[in-house]
Design a protein around this ligand. Structure first.
Ligand code: CMC
Length: 392
């Protein structure tokens, strides 16, 4: 059994070659297809970034027009999904519903099982990107007990999503373009992140030839946990629990205490050991949104800023290279826009869908990729004879 490399948590194993996303954790660099995340978040739109991540190059104006049009043709959900939804408790966690609903959608597109057919593969990608906002908005409306609002194709991707979430009817949509831009930027910042846990899960599930929607459902399941996508919800819970600036030292002390499992949510990253370049943009965006909505004096923002300041100076966090990550500020933005915190990870999943599909497609096109099958170091009992019941 000694012939295998022991690498729990895969800290030193490259599972694939990839051309999609580059991260330099020491320098705090994140590139999609070579383009720095700060430039994409500052200048591009989310559909443009989706096109880039999927196809490798930035779209021309007409490429982007065609891509947007095609997405808009696929925004509706099959009406049979209504019946599926009715089975969920109204107070179900939105991530539980999303995991189930994405998997259920595989049943409507059996053709996507044929991974040899490029048109089926392309359609599955478009469908997932187009239907995720509709599905996520529907989950929000379901938990609120409100009527579902249809997609509106004359709106941008982010505007349409906000409209489906926050209008009461498809006609009463009225959102500040700056809020729509903040939503779009949130999507861009979460679009892909190389071989993180959920993406590796999608690749592993897909490596058996599973349906792409089922592979993405596996990714959604993995994203749910608080060490990964669930950190945005956990972070906002934590900020509320801290509640006021004077209680911060107590929580910092708990985070440092070896006998306390508490961690500062939104801090630390497996790869970034300098800063998380997504957090830099998210921080700016949080300030913009709170300014715009007149929420600058919110106690929660004060707690977040003071927590960040103290942690960045604290020896424990400095020594362990723990910096605010993307999830530290995202919850503040989403909360200000009006999303219940249980929806935060759903929004992360919506945005990460493009990364999951692009990575899945790359794997399917890669002749070196076989079914993923890690080995183990066996530490259990040596071979022994079965003992009959009356002799135990
Ligand atoms: N608060 C307090 N201590 C921490 C934290 C934290 N947030 N993060 C790491 N540490 C300590 C940890 O206790 C360990 O100490 P020691 O070496 O003394 O045992 C050391 O730092 C290294 O931690 P690790 O758990 O071995 O590091 P990892 O690379 O396995 O985990 C992480 C990375 C992101 C899971 C972890 O930093 C964490 O739990 N952070 C809080 C949750 C969070 O914000 N997650 C979002 C990550 S970014 C977006 C995403 O992936 O979705």
């Amino acid at each position: 059994s000694g012939q295998f490399t022991f690498d729990p948590g895969f800290t030193s194993t490259a599972s694939c070659e990839s051309q999609i996303t580059f991260i330099d954790g020491e320098e705090g660099i994140l590139l999609h297809r070579g383009y720095p995340i700060g430039q994409l978040a500052g200048k591009a739109t989310f559909p443009e970034v989706c096109y880039l991540i999927l196809n490798g190059e930035l779209p021309s104006k007409s490429d982007l027009g065609t891509f947007n049009e095609e997405i808009k043709q696929h925004t509706l959900l099959h009406t049979q999904l209504d019946r599926f939804f009715d089975g969920f408790r109204r107070d179900s966690h939105p991530m539980a519903m999303l995991t189930g609903a994405v998997g259920a959608m595989a049943s409507f597109y059996p053709g996507a099982m044929d991974s040899e057919d490029p048109e089926e593969r392309r359609l599955a990608s478009i469908r997932l990107i187009a239907k995720m906002p509709t599905l996520c908005a529907r989950i929000l409306k379901y938990t609120m007990g409100q009527k579902f609002v249809d997609p509106r194709n004359e709106l941008s991707y982010a505007e349409n999503f906000l409209s489906m979430c926050f209008s009461v009817t498809a006609e009463d949509y009225n959102v500040d373009p700056k809020i729509a831009r903040a939503m779009d930027r949130f999507f861009i910042l979460h679009a892909d992140h190389e071989q993180n846990a959920s993406t590796s899960t999608v690749r592993l599930a897909g490596s058996s030839g599973a349906h792409p929607f089922a592979a993405v459902a596996a990714g959604v399941a993995c994203l749910w946990g608080p060490s990964h996508g669930g950190a945005n919800e956990a972070c906002l819970n934590m900020l509320h629990e801290i509640g006021s600036v004077d209680r911060i030292p107590e929580f910092i002390a708990r985070a440092k205490d070896k006998n306390d499992s508490f961690r500062l949510m939104g801090f630390g990253h497996r790869v970034y050991k300098n800063y998380d370049p997504r957090a830099t943009v998210m921080r700016e965006s949080a300030h913009e949104v709170l300014d715009l909505l007149g929420l600058k004096d919110q106690p929660i923002l004060k707690v977040a800023m003071e927590l960040e300041r103290i942690a960045l100076e604290d020896e424990y966090f400095v020594d362990k290279k723990l910096y605010p990550n993307v999830d530290f500020y995202s919850g503040i933005i989403l909360d200000a826009i009006g999303f219940p915190k249980q929806m935060f990870t759903v929004l992360f999943a919506l945005a990460r869908t493009v990364g999951w599909i692009a990575q899945l497609n790359e794997m399917l096109d890669d002749p070196t990729q076989r079914i993923g099958r890690p080995r183990q170091i066996y530490t259990g009992a040596a071979m022994r004879d079965y003992v009959p019941m009356d002799q135990r």
